[in-house]
Design a protein around this ligand. Structure first.
Ligand code: HEC
Length: 601
């Protein structure tokens, strides 16, 4: 009987020392209401605890929990994943998935380094694949990203090796001919940007704001650096390099953080950072908006800050002849709007100084809070016409240079780089919208520019929370379309509308938001319906069509299927075509596969 008080005391003492971890506290306030009671459609806490830490983070960043987790900071997401998830990473690849002779290179020649085969960002592969070969393309191998629901890593191909990241943050070096794994490297966050090969180094950023240099042969880390101190910073665009300096575009997901009425919106500033390839030291960092100041309170009583935004989502375009770099910018997040949002901006390669700015949509301040008229929606309230795609620099037959840029507004612009970006012509290729217009990228063979549009129509289903978190669906008929414009004057040579989805295919939309890729005589465009199609450059007729929304047997033994195609488009080199399939965001069809096609058996 005398023991009891001691036990009680011991318990009291223990609870004094062992205050709940931050992760446990977040779980209690943000997750437990759904995951603790046993509900048929909610995985219970015990099921979540079977997942690895990266799998939980993936779900919070990209999976079914993305909307719920949007208002959590990076640290909070990591804390709750630490608390719930199994320690360590995902299971290592199966031994049978590894290349048996790591040093052996394939016979495959041809390259695609970073966002485009050239630093002019044309996404035009001039060698290695003809129209006839395109019509004979067959699946050679498939590779699965274990446990992922989205496949969005943009590949780089060099010396027969394919380098690409994944939603889990694993970067792979694969044998391009067989898909066997040479090595893997695990980054801090998901890796969507194409790794850029410079000498023996691979340079890329992740979605948590870290930039890495790793040894391309071995996958060993050389150096890493967080290129922006803002907690919402993320790196989505590929880098470009020149003369030992690498240029890194910086954007953020602060628009999503603004969903929380108590969040002090907004303080992130888009920037371009120049780092020395040798050690990652900073040469310059050029911000695209002035520093924010405190401007009062929002209607929920949280601080308001501005200006902010103008993130750079895509790879910079090099113009060594003029000593310039071109970047395209996103919207502002808070008032006051600035002249640098939704713009094409030319910066001096050496100093980072802004040489000229061509804004195509003024007064565009927006956050995700505008979707439900939250306190952090600025008075401008959109239209959210970011540039998500890189500018393309082409030389015309008569020796002029033209800079092409496609916007979420559904407009394509041609600018004159010789005259401070003066607009030469503009052409409408789609309706435009928050998720509309040109999203990831156009391609150009010099004569025509090929612009595919999303114009996805999202529909919100009434939620019966807590058991129904999938409240977003997509319209099966509206959206998509591919237009070929003449580079010299913007004349519309042809237009092919999006392909309506069959009935009863949930998550299917005709949207063509993925980046397009061109070869001599053809252009490839993936759609949210899961199809990758090749169109004739001459008239837009379909030359080849492959439905990726199916289950595949993979070379690495991972269960994998394709789904909606979005994000970086096909990469073509050495007569092969590589493309990802599966996109769980925006109501799309999830998937986790990388497909490699070849015209040779
Ligand atoms: C409004 C209710 C609700 C809240 C709040 C909620 N969840 Fe969920 N969660 C669900 C439902 C429902 C599913 C299953 C979704 C499906 O697959 O259809 C789910 C699925 C998941 C999964 C995926 C499980 C798997 O097998 O892949 C993870 C991980 C997860 N939740 C983590 C969290 C965390 C961490 C939090 C707190 C930050 C959280 N959830 C908050 C309802 C909720």
């Amino acid at each position: 009987m005398f023991k009891e008080p001691i036990v009680v005391l011991l318990f009291a003492a223990l609870s004094l020392v062992a205050a709940p971890t931050p992760g446990a506290a977040i779980y209690q306030t943000r997750c437990a209401s759904c995951h603790d009671p046993l509900h048929p459609r909610v995985p219970p806490r015990a099921a979540l605890q079977k997942l690895s830490r990266p799998q939980i983070l993936r779900s919070l960043y990209f999976g079914v929990m993305a909307n719920i987790a949007r208002t959590l900071t990076t640290q909070e997401k990591e804390a709750v994943a630490d608390f719930l998830g199994r320690p360590g990473g995902d299971a290592p690849p199966l031994p049978s998935a590894m290349c048996t002779s790591p040093a052996a290179l394939t016979k495959l020649t041809g390259s695609w380094n970073g966002w485009s085969p050239t630093t002019t960002n044309t996404r035009y592969q001039s060698v290695g694949l003809s129209i006839t070969q395109t019509q004979n393309l067959k699946l050679k191998w498939a590779f699965g990203f274990d446990g992922d629901v989205t496949a969005f890593g943009s590949p780089t191909l060099l010396d027969g090796r394919l380098y690409l990241g994944s939603a889990a943050g694993v970067v792979y070096a694969l044998n391009a001919e067989t898909g066997c794994i040479h090595w893997t490297f695990t980054a801090n966050g998901p890796v969507r940007a194409a790794p850029l090969a410079v000498g023996q180094s691979l340079l890329f950023g992740d979605q948590s704001g870290w930039f890495y240099s790793i040894n391309a042969k071995s996958g060993q880390l050389r150096w890493k650096r967080r290129v922006d101190q803002h907690e919402a910073a993320r790196l989505t665009g590929a880098a470009v390099a020149k003369d030992g300096v690498v240029f890194v575009p910086v954007t953020s997901w602060e628009e999503g953080l603004a969903l929380n009425p108590q969040y002090a919106c907004c303080t992130f500033r888009g920037s371009l950072v120049a780092l020395r390839v040798s050690d990652g030291s900073v040469v310059w960092k050029s911000y695209l908006v002035p520093p924010p100041t405190k401007l009062g309170l929002n209607s929920a009583g949280a601080d308001r800050h501005g200006p902010s935004g103008a993130g750079i989502w895509s790879a910079p375009t090099l113009d060594p002849k003029r000593g310039l770099l071109y970047v395209t910018t996103g919207d502002n997040y808070s008032s006051p709007p600035t002249s640098s949002s939704d713009a094409i901006v030319a910066l001096n390669l050496k100093s980072g100084q802004v040489v000229w700015t061509r804004q195509t949509t003024a007064n565009d301040a927006y956050t995700s809070a505008c979707g439900n008229k939250g306190p952090n929606c600025p008075i401008e309230n959109g239209p959210d016409f970011d540039y998500g795609a890189s500018a393309i620099l082409v030389a015309t037959a008569d020796g002029r240079d033209i800079l092409l840029a496609g916007q979420k507004s559904g407009l394509v612009y041609a600018l004159d780089p010789a005259r401070n970006g003066e607009i030469l012509w503009e052409a409408r290729v789609g309706k435009g919208g928050v998720l509309g217009g040109v999203q990831w990228g156009m391609a150009s063979d010099g004569q025509q520019v090929y612009a595919a549009v999303s114009d996805v129509l999202r529909k919100t289903r009434a939620s019966t929370a807590p058991d129904d978190v999938k409240t977003v669906t997509v319209d099966a008929i509206q959206g998509g379309g591919l237009t070929a414009l003449r580079v010299i004057d913007g004349k519309k040579n042809w237009h092919v509308p999006g392909v309506p989805c069959p009935a009863n295919k949930p998550g299917c939309s005709p949207a063509q938001s993925a980046a397009v890729t061109a070869i001599p005589g053809a252009v490839f465009s993936g759609a949210f319906d899961g199809h990758l199609r090749a169109f004739a450059a001459e008239n837009g007729s379909v030359l080849w069509d492959f439905d990726t929304a199916q289950t595949f047997k993979t070379v690495n033994g991972v269960t994998a299927k394709g789904g909606s195609m979005d994000g970086p488009g096909p990469v073509i080199a050495g007569g092969m075509l590589f493309v990802n399939s599966g996109y769980s965001r925006f109501g799309g069809m999830p998937g986790n596969v990388l497909l490699a096609f070849s015209s040779e058996p």
